[in-house]
Design a protein around this ligand. Structure first.
Ligand code: NAD
Ligand code: UD1
Length: 339
């Protein structure tokens, strides 16, 4: 089965492409490399000992996208391409709507034209806003607090309208909690530009000596140790979730909306401790003020993913830290330098 993976050079996309190749799928990647490197694709090919077809193109470019569908018999699409920084989305909202919503509309149009109706879309737990009670079920009320979140919510709604208009579509909306870690080889991983916003890459960069200390955003939350609690999930579990979703969608047309999380909540201090034991290093930290827009606690109810696609997360926090650390130590400057 030939799968088009938009954003396949990125963090989650590259791990999912590797998992797809290992499961015997053929992979076509469309990525404009605006937040990734061609090196990730080279490494996927080495790890899988297979090649992928790569188009350096923008998903919004309908001429290029149509060409991809003409040149390949695409049977299903996994749509990762998009911009993902909450802060950036507040400063340049139009870019976020244009890129995230614009690329999705272009893609769904071309898919319709080529009668390709199997789609998995990267949504986010951010669509639950700041009111849902953890463990969060898929039926919880949705809201968004920033342009990034609103762009995800809009695309989810577009997909719902699409399915209502034509129920021969097979659509998966996967709401990821906090993807972290890396492939166990340490050859592919997360390579953020500039100062990382997210906790895991920030801790990794402190551990490797690129930054002095972790600033913990808030020590007075109503959690077991006062620091924010999240549902961290290994990126290879996320990759596997896509494969399970594809398998379920392939069997029957449906609109499948599921959480991808472990169901466990860990605090910032829990993560720092786990990272210290994985790396054997002391991680300096300081508790500072809360970050605007953060909530105390957020973790998934995973029952629906388990019952609907037979998927359960399998990696624990220790593996997430170990694999993130291996990637960081083998690639202290990300994809810029090999080894
Ligand atoms: P990423 O930035 O590493 O990957 C996204 C990829 O899409 C990049 O390779 C980028 O170059 C590409 N891209 C962006 N806009 C494009 C366009 N218009 N045309 C072609 N390529 C384009 O991000 P990621 O962490 O791998 O996230 C993948 C998806 O999952 C995103 O849609 C993101 O919003 C969503 N998501 C991520 C997280 C997370 O914590 N990483 C959480 C929830 C949801
Ligand atoms: C953030 C985004 C969310 C997005 C997700 C994945 C915000 C408000 N939310 O989620 O929309 O889907 O990333 O990209 O930006 N922390 C620190 N110090 C740091 C970094 C983080 O203490 O340097 C804390 C945070 O306060 C939080 C936890 O670590 O309690 C996790 O933060 P992060 O990795 O940024 O993820 P989220 O905030 O859950």
């Amino acid at each position: 089965m030939k799968i088009l993976v938009t954003g396949g050079a990125g963090y989650i996309g590259s791990h999912t492409c590797l998992a797809l190749l290992n499961e015997g799928y053929e992979v076509v990647i469309v990525d404009n490399l605006c937040n990734s490197s061609i090196e990730s694709i080279k490494r996927i090919e080495i790890l899988a000992n297979q090649s992928v077809i790569f188009y350096n193109a923008d998903v919004r470019d309908m001429v290029s996208l149509e060409n991809v569908f003409h040149e390949n018999s695409i049977e299903a699409v996994i749509h990762f391409a998009g911009l993902k920084s909450v802060n950036e989305s507040i400063n340049i909202p139009i870019n976020y709507y244009e890129n995230n919503v614009g690329s999705s509309i272009a893609l769904f149009n071309i898919m319709s034209k080529f009668n390709c109706k199997i789609l998995v879309f990267s949504s986010s737990a951010t669509v639950y806003g700041d009111t849902a009670m953890s463990p969060i079920k898929e039926g919880s009320q949705l809201s968004a607090n920033n342009p990034y979140g609103r762009s995800k919510l809009m695309i989810e709604e577009i997909l719902q309208d699409l399915y209502v208009s034509d129920d021969t579509w097979h659509i998966g909306r996967l709401r990821y909690f906090n993807p972290v870690g890396a492939h166990k080889s340490g050859m592919i991983g997360e390579d953020p530009n500039g100062i990382p916003n997210n906790l895991f890459p920030y801790i990794s960069q402190v551990a490797v000596g690129r930054r002095k200390k972790v600033n913990i955003f808030g020590g007075d939350y109503d959690t077991h140790d006062g620091t924010g609690v999240r549902d961290y999930i290994h990126v290879m579990d996320i990759a596997d979730g896509h494969i399970k979703a594809l398998e379920a969608l392939n069997i029957k047309s449906q609109l499948l909306t599921i959480n991808l999380g472990t169901g466990n909540g860990y605090s910032v201090l829990d993560v720092i401790k786990a990272f210290e034991s994985a790396s054997g290093l002391k991680i300096p930290y300081k508790i500072v003020g809360r970050r605007e827009g953060d909530i105390a606690s957020c973790y998934a109810d995973t029952a629906l993913a388990s019952s609907s696609i037979n998927w359960n997360a399998s990696y624990n926090l220790e593996s997430m830290c170990k694999d993130a650390w291996k990637w960081q130590t083998l690639n202290p400057n990300g994809y810029q330098k090999i080894g």
